[in-house]
Write a new protein. Structure first.
Length: 387
């Protein structure tokens, strides 16, 4: 084979190598492990990706069997053949899932979808970059961190009474307050949220990444207006810091209702609304949900979409989740690569139907690292339509 052909084969090998290591890391980060342990595993992943090219080019390409200098692939050592087969499977998985993601249709329950992009940097007269870490990352060209995508899904669920027609829910998730994205950004998102006049506002976790900014919560979340209620849970980043303090400020100072590990009942035009929350696997337990009465609309707030199986088993109508940031940096044609989930990138973002349960996974408003490419931050709006 020609040098060009062998070079392309080495490139394909490296792509499969990257797929294996990122798939492994995604599932590692789905666990409730201390940040120090996660960081150590992350360094193994980083080292594997960095060492891949020199090893493949130097060892396989130039030394033994030296396929770039006329060598024969069949002379490759047996352990390398085993690993090459694993990487080939990884590459096949990457191609397969990339194609499936593009061909996947929306669930039938989602009968309408709209997306409106707001360039908040232009609106604020420049990128609202604060004094936090990673400021240079926030200034990178093509970074979509400050381009807010307001998505509106109109959903029709079986058995939904006519009283639910037009009922609206707005979801905030993954604020990751670090100070790098300035408070003006979040205050502007509050204004856009209030313009929608939601019936219910929810927040599905990862509020804080810098404890000195916990006093931002009353000035951001605390200013959101909702007719019926404002309900929240926390996420894994909150767990890594001071969850009790974050929870106390969000409830006492910002005025939100904590639904973690429990279920509350609300009423809308004589119809029962159940709002439950779970922060598992990081904190607490799943809520204990009783058999659902006729006409009840049951909503579950889950930081991670990994809890979809529990939700489907508990007769939940709608799950709102975040956590995965849509991958945050997506590759052309391929899509998301990193998604800290035991399902990998399957639930990176979007809407999914599992049995009778619809799940919407938001890309979130921000991130610990202020970098987004082909993956704008998202403010999620849900409008119900009677069946």
């Amino acid at each position: 084979m020609s040098v060009l052909t062998n070079s392309l084969l080495l490139l394909a090998w490296y792509a499969g190598h990257c797929e294996l290591w990122t798939a492994w890391l995604n599932r590692v980060y789905a666990n409730a492990w201390p940040r120090g342990r996660l960081d150590r595993w992350r360094r193994w992943h980083d080292g594997a990706l960095l060492l891949g090219p020199p090893l493949l080019i130097g060892w396989i390409g130039l030394w033994q069997p030296g396929v770039l200098t006329g060598g024969d692939w069949l002379r490759m050592a047996f352990p390398w053949k085993i690993y090459a087969g694993c990487c080939a499977a990884g590459l096949a998985s990457l191609v397969f899932h990339s194609i499936c993601r593009r061909l996947r249709r929306r669930p039938r329950a989602v009968i309408g979808y709209d997306s409106q992009v707001h360039d908040l940097a232009a609106r604020l007269g420049g990128r609202p970059i604060g004094k936090g870490r990673h400021q240079q990352m926030a200034r990178l060209p093509c970074n979509q961190t400050f381009q807010l995508d307001i998505t509106t899904r109109t959903i029709r669920l079986p058995g939904l009474a006519k009283e639910w027609d037009g009922f609206s829910i707005v979801q905030w998730t993954d604020l990751h307050l670090t100070g790098t994205v300035d408070r003006r950004w979040f205050e502007t998102v509050v204004e856009l949220t209030n313009q929608m006049e939601p019936d219910l506002a929810v927040c599905t976790g990862d509020l804080i990444d810098e404890m000195s900014l916990v006093d931002w919560l009353p000035e951001t979340l605390g200013r959101i207006e909702a007719r019926l209620a404002r309900c929240f849970i926390l996420g894994n980043h909150d767990w890594h810091y001071q969850p009790d303090r974050i929870r106390q400020v969000t409830t006492d100072d910002a005025g939100w209702t904590d639904v973690a590990g429990r279920c509350i009942a609300l009423e809308h035009h004589g119809q029962r609304l159940e709002v439950a929350g779970t922060e598992w696997p990081w904190m607490g337990k799943h809520p204990e949900l009783k058999p659902k009465s006729d006409g009840t609309f049951r909503l579950l707030l889950s930081h991670t979409p990994d809890n979809i199986g529990m939700a489907a088993n508990q007769d939940v109508d709608l799950v709102l989740a975040g956590h995965n940031h849509g991958g945050q940096v997506c590759l052309p044609l391929i899509g998301p690569v990193y998604s800290p989930s035991r399902f990998g990138i399957r639930y990176a973002s979007g809407d999914f139907q599992v049995d009778s349960t619809l799940m919407v996974v938001s890309r979130g408003l921000s991130g610990r690292h202020p970098m987004r490419f082909l993956c704008r931050p998202e403010l999620t709006r849900i409008i119900l339509q009677a069946s």
